[in-house]
Design a protein around this ligand. Structure first.
Ligand code: SF4
Length: 296
């Protein structure tokens, strides 16, 4: 959950998740939808899909026991070199280096490394390996992550209160931090048709390998009206929303169409009429969920 997301954003999602799935046994029968449902609003849904794939592997190949070797962990979906190192050192107390964003910052400042060089990641991994102790690995790993998160901040490092300020090559230096200029995200226009009847909404499981993959969304074509026979007069309402993803801005127009009764449609896509009271059981993108929650 913490990949590319701040702790304060993650806390309510984590609490809800761990309440429902406190251990591997409890998550073993969860469907991908069950897991995606708990992810609604947290974004980066690939992480939820990876949790699903990983727990399936653990169930089938490790009899629901979490693997304890680095070589096994690194093969699980969503677990890279740094996460595997963190699990080994924090959960199993074995000496493995880590290099998440916070640790990269601490090490590069501590050793005064030019982070603009092409092979900087290789250099930082090598330094991380050299700095990682054999003993007290739990304390070291937790400590360096916390140092980066709370003291060696991106914009204003608190060198005065830093426990490594005597050895740090950047301590108290008025060094200029080069921030990457944020590129303007490309904009994408999407048009949805959201059919509604008797508090149920017709939603489709997105099977495209792009953003919102595997989430339940309204029909995203222009031809909905033509592809379905409207036997009854319907009330229509247009809503527009702007929604920012990490890599693009979505300019969403949703036409909500009210029908007297739910109807069957022919579609190759997995689809369902989902009752408003049941949406907690499905993974929906946040803006779609908000629209449904607010529609009478
Ligand atoms: S002394 Fe300052 S720059 Fe160095 S690690 Fe500590 S907070 Fe970061």
């Amino acid at each position: 959950m913490l990949q590319q997301t701040q702790v304060k954003t993650v806390i309510p999602f984590y609490k809800k998740f761990i309440k429902k799935y406190p251990n591997l046994k409890s998550i073993s029968l969860a469907t991908e939808d069950d897991i995606l449902a708990l992810w609604t609003g947290l974004g980066f849904y690939r992480r939820a899909k990876n949790i699903y794939r990983t727990k399936e592997i653990i169930k089938k190949e490790y009899k629901n026991k979490f693997p304890s070797k680095y070589e096994e962990l690194i093969l699980l979906p969503g677990i890279g070199q740094s996460t595997a190192g963190a699990i080994m050192s924090i959960a199993y107390k074995e000496s493995y280096p880590i290099l998440d964003a916070n640790v990269k910052r601490v090490i590069s400042r501590y050793k005064k490394i030019n982070t603009n060089k092409n092979d900087v990641v290789k250099t930082l991994w090598s330094l991380s390996k050299n700095l990682t102790p054999e003993k007290n690995i739990f304390e070291y790993t937790q400590g360096i992550m916390d140092l980066g998160a709370t003291i060696c901040n991106i914009r204003s490092p608190n060198c005065l209160n830093c426990p490594i300020n005597k050895k740090c090559k950047s301590a108290f230096k008025n060094f200029e931090i080069q921030y990457k200029v944020k590129k303007e995200r490309p904009k994408k226009k999407i048009f949805f048709t959201l059919a509604h009847s008797k508090k149920s909404f017709l939603l489709f499981k997105k099977n495209e390998k792009s953003f919102w993959e595997s989430l339940w969304i309204p029909y995203d074509g222009e031809d909905f009206k033509e592809s379905n026979i409207l036997k009854e007069p319907a009330k229509r309402k247009i809503k527009t929303i702007n929604h920012a993803l990490s890599h693009m801005e979505l300019d969403i127009t949703i036409e909500i169409v009210d029908y007297k009764t739910p109807f069957k449609i022919k579609s190759n896509l997995e689809h369902q009429w989902i009752n408003k009271n049941q949406i907690d059981n499905y993974g929906l993108p946040k803006p779609i969920r908000t629209i449904i929650e607010n529609h009478d």
